[in-house]
Design a protein around this ligand. Structure first.
Ligand SMILES: C[S@@+](CC[C@H](N)C(=O)[O-])C[C@H]1O[C@@H](n2cnc3c(N)ncnc32)[C@H](O)[C@@H]1O
Length: 276
């Protein structure tokens, strides 16, 4: 039997899903390059859990000659799009479907390994960290980013408590939302990066939202589904929850209303640079 889905829930379309974070991962991908020395010619680079290729695009915009980028992600449609883009632009990018927790690259393949906003999503995070360390050359560098107290996680948690009064487990999409910089440090140290080789920094990205109510609907549609699936109450009280989310965001400390009527949301991220 088909699972119940509230009639207000947006369909699982990438075009809606990408509204949640806009181009913020692209903004941070560009900033990540400021945390390390310029990428030298001859570098072999991993864009781990590449998504739509934010990191690969940032690397290509840096115009470094004679590099090779291996872009991997678990979602075939993203890899397909990445491959087509690389071919059409003649980029030195090899894209393949691969789980970050089961990298099939040989040891010491990469001079650089980037994991932009992904490790906090993956339950097998120790295997992800191990793969990054194993595939990096001695003297190579890994750069990882995670959001600091990500807004979608905070607001979905609040809406979940508002609607379901702690009666059910957190939606799976945000269950790992408390993953933080200290978790990242212990993971990386646990797989062999030394504390001397690790440095932590911070960066920011700005999300501009033209229609906050639509943004709230996208966030709740894609992240609010409880562990056992949506139920009738989710449909009956849908508008109430969206009102709650809009109100919560309007009272968030990093919310600004712009003269244009759009909304500006300032996001903060942790960046770790790990030298092997
Ligand atoms: C928030 S997106 C970030 C994508 C990209 N790195 C960026 O900066 O825009 C997280 C990405 O992790 C990918 N992902 C999630 N779990 C994964 C896994 N176990 N192995 C590989 N990729 C995974 C998702 O498909 C998605 O593309």
């Amino acid at each position: 039997m088909a699972r119940f889905v509230p009639k207000q829930c947006l369909p699982p379309d990438l075009a809606f899903f990408t509204q949640i974070s806009g181009d913020t991962t692209e903004q941070v991908a560009r900033h990540l390059l400021d945390f390390i020395p310029p990428i030298p010619p001859g570098s072999i680079i991993h864009d781990n859990a590449c998504g739509s290729g934010a990191m690969t695009v940032a690397l290509m915009e840096a115009h470094t000659k004679n590099i090779v980028i291996h872009a991997t992600d678990k979602v075939p449609s993203l890899i397909d799009t990445m491959s087509k883009k690389a071919t059409s632009l003649s980029w030195p990018v090899l894209a393949e479907v691969m789980l970050s927790e089961a990298l099939s690259f040989p040891p010491a393949k990469f001079t650089h390994s980037f994991t932009n906003f992904a490790i906090m999503l993956i339950k097998e995070d120790a295997a992800v960290a191990e793969g990054i360390h194993r595939t990096l050359r001695d003297g190579g560098v890994a750069v990882l980013s995670i959001w600091d107290a990500p807004l979608p996680v905070q607001v979905v948690k609040a809406a979940h408590e508002f609607l379901r009064s702690g009666q059910s487990a957190l939606p799976p999409a945000i269950a790992r939302g408390s993953f933080n910089a200290e978790d990242l440090r212990s993971l990386l140290e646990g797989v062999g990066f030394t504390s001397r080789g690790l440095s932590f920094g911070r960066t920011k990205a700005v999300l501009e939202v033209a229609d906050l109510r639509f943004w709230a609907t996208a966030v709740w549609s894609f992240l609010g589904c409880p562990q056992n699936g949506w139920i009738a109450q989710d449909e009956q009280r849908w508008d109430e929850v969206i009102d709650f989310i809009v109100d919560w965001v309007q009272n968030w400390e990093n919310y600004r209303k712009l003269d244009s009527g759009a909304v500006r949301l300032d996001m903060e991220a942790h960046v770790v640079v790990a030298w092997k």
